[in-house]
Design a protein around this ligand. Structure first.
Ligand code: NAP
Length: 324
């Protein structure tokens, strides 16, 4: 099969077009004919091997899995002996194990759901990692009707889902993004937009009931100044390009240690793609309260350019890769 592979850690230039054997299917896996994959910061982290902590899982000196890509949407072409929920021909979306920047990928059925109707494979592939992270963040922060919610990184992958899901919960949403993404964030339903290149997030004082910090690029002291005294601040993004060892994710890990000393609730968010979350996203998509935002689409052979687009934050929402 065709796949984009890499032999070493590095920037997007390490990706090369290869012909490799399709992955073997274990008893608890399905084989998916990939129609689309997607890019997110996790792909960049596994591609570069930075922060270094990730190499404990992915290989210290060189990557153990040559193919990148977690998000996947496609058609099941074979099922393992213990699979009960799916059969060949089912259109599915979720996350895969063997790498989705390829014509075929394997996945556990516990990380897959039937693809929502009415959206493209590219939109379906854009949804699992970012949509589940947005859903988990909103649940963790306890967003309720009437809450005023501030979302940093609102024009990015997770943010484009979080704005819509917070609106669907009846919140008033202020999205924080750069100038070029402001129109998108408004179109997703945000009631107000703060262009962080021109204004700071505490410009209106301590007015937010909930802050979802997806961008991870503002100090906690600033987030706290924008939050009401009893507000919840959910730390989701770590500013993954910062810090060689932990890449900024120390903020989530430190949250439980700092939280007891603050009047505001401080919560670190960790998300996992599982069936209940995927099925909740499917319900939102099929009822019209959520539309996955694909800001750019690249063919498989141009996966390196998709990574460069993501690294420079050129396109809003998610970047999809279509296969073949
Ligand atoms: N905790 C978890 O389980 C989990 C799971 C998935 C992802 N994450 C993390 O969540 C973060 C967001 O992921 P993503 O997929 O949405 O990444 P993304 O698509 O790269 O989006 C990040 C957004 O942040 C914006 N941004 C940068 N600086 C900003 C600032 N100062 N204020 C507001 N926005 C700013 C960027 O664009 P503009 O600057 O152009 O607006 C971009 O749109 C990443 O750090 C990722 O590693 C965490």
């Amino acid at each position: 099969m065709k796949a984009m592979t890499r032999r070493t850690y590095g920037e997007a230039d390490v990706l090369e077009s290869s012909i490799v054997d399709p992955p073997a299917v274990a008893d608890d896996e399905v084989l998916i004919e990939v129609r689309a994959a997607a890019v997110d910061p996790g792909v960049w982290i596994f591609m570069t091997g930075r922060p270094w902590a990730v190499r404990l899982a992915s290989g210290i000196r060189r990557p153990r899995i040559p193919i990148l890509g977690l998000d996947v949407a496609g058609v099941i072409s074979a099922v393992g002996a213990r699979i009960t929920r799916f059969r060949a021909g089912d259109e599915v979306y979720g996350t895969c194990r063997s790498g989705s920047f390829a014509e075929f990928a394997t996945a556990r059925e516990t990380q897959l759901a039937i693809k929502p109707s009415g959206i493209s494979f590219a939109q379906a592939a854009a949804t699992p990692v970012s949509g589940v992270t947005a859903l988990t963040s909103i649940r963790t922060a306890g967003v309720r009707p009437g809450h005023h919610v501030l979302i940093t990184g609102a024009g990015g992958g997770v943010g484009s889902f979080a704005v819509q899901l917070a609106k669907a919960r009846g919140a008033t949403v202020t999205g924080v993004c750069s100038t070029s993404k402001a129109d998108l964030v408004r179109s997703l339903g945000a009631d107000a937009v703060i262009d962080y290149t021109a204004e700071e997030i505490d410009k209106d004082g301590a007015v937010y009931d909930v802050i979802l910090d997806l961008a991870g690029s503002r100090p906690l002291s600033l987030l706290r100044r924008a939050a009401k005294p009893r507000a919840t601040i959910a730390l989701v993004g770590g500013g993954h390009t910062k810090g060689r060892v932990m890449g900024g994710f120390h903020r989530q890990m430190a949250a439980p240690l700092i939280a007891p000393f603050l009047s505001q609730k401080l919560k670190g968010v960790t998300s996992f793609v599982r069936v209940p979350e995927l099925e909740e996203l499917t319900r939102h998509i099929e009822s019209g309260t959520l539309t996955p935002t694909v800001g750019a689409t690249y063919p498989l052979a141009e996966a390196a350019e998709a990574l460069r687009d993501h690294t420079t934050s050129r396109s809003p929402g998610k970047i999809a890769i279509t296969v073949p």
